[in-house]
Design a protein around this ligand. Sequence first.
Ligand SMILES: O=C(O)CCC(=O)C(=O)O
Ligand SMILES: [Fe+2]
Length: 375
Amino acid sequence: MAESQSVIARNYHESRSKQVQEIALEYDHLPERYIRKEDEEYGDVNNAGASSPMSEEVPIIDISLLTSSLSELDKLKSAVSSCGCFQAINHGIEGSLVEKVREISQLFFKLSVEEKKKYARAGDDIEGYGNDVVVSEKQTLDWNDRLYLFVLPRNQRRFQFWPQNPTHFREVLDEYVSKIELINEFLLKALARSLNLHENCFLDQYGTTATMEARFNYYPPCPWPERVLGVKPHADISTLTFLLQDKEVEGLQVLKDGKWVGVPIVRDALTINIGDQLEIMSNGIFKSPVHRVLINSKDARMSVALFCMPQTEKDIGPVDGLVTDETPRLYRNVTFTVDSFFNETPRLYRNVTFTVDSFFKNYQKGMRAIDACKI
Ligand SMILES: O=C(O)CCC(=O)C(=O)O
Ligand SMILES: [Fe+2]
């Protein structure tokens, strides 16, 4: 009894104080806190460990054609209305910049844990370097270390969390963020046109000082890959998410018609998915997909996600043209805010409040933030 208590205590302490990268080096045991539970899975559990990269399930869209080709626009609409994600090619970001983004991520995660901890997240914060955010003692932890940064608005950046090593980290990230800002705007217009709406209808709700968050993900290999998940099933709270996948190591899956579908690596492509806020704005036509990340026993995997969000505290709701007698409003309005993580006195709004911490709390309980907004 005393022994098992001490094992529990050891596991608990480890999951709080150690990064996954450190745990992965001790090949003798897997802390309990990381072992996945069946009741946290979505979809067909028999399919839970399967990885089936099927490129036809996640369409490749040539986004340079979206202003000139109606068939490409239609292909985009059908992709985001079914699996909710696509692989964007010809996005206009030079290959050399994409490579640099991968490189700064790689160089950062290669630093010693002590060096990385200079940018460590505070216990009650999301921003910074760390592993899974702990909101409950029962929560299963993701097999993932990350660096989380609020990159927009520019005047609210907290540079104490932006690595100075590698030295070009800040410059490269800033350049990449500027490019993604433009693609995000371009795509929001194209998505509106694909529904025969005024091209600014999503952008009008978006506001003038948008929010963007960056998450650099590092997934160490695990000797028991089927017992952990890199990221638990979740949907993003964003409007659009831009993901730079690892160049060689797969792992991302999206839930499509109750089955997990692998998202293959497509050279030079950005993997883009709809987030909850665009599902709400489109009154449910565009789907914010549930997705997760599998781990393997041999190779570490890296990815960089940029989450584009509207200006905080703006009212977000289904756009006028999409609410009709035949297609009634499916969601209440939401207001997106960035609250401190353990804020015990949440601010009240007229509408449902979508906070980053409510997202994490729902996520850790296996629920979706968007469920609270359904009528
Ligand atoms: O690493 C990936 O491929 C996906 C990561 C992800 O879903 C996230 O950071 O929200
Ligand atoms: Fe995600």
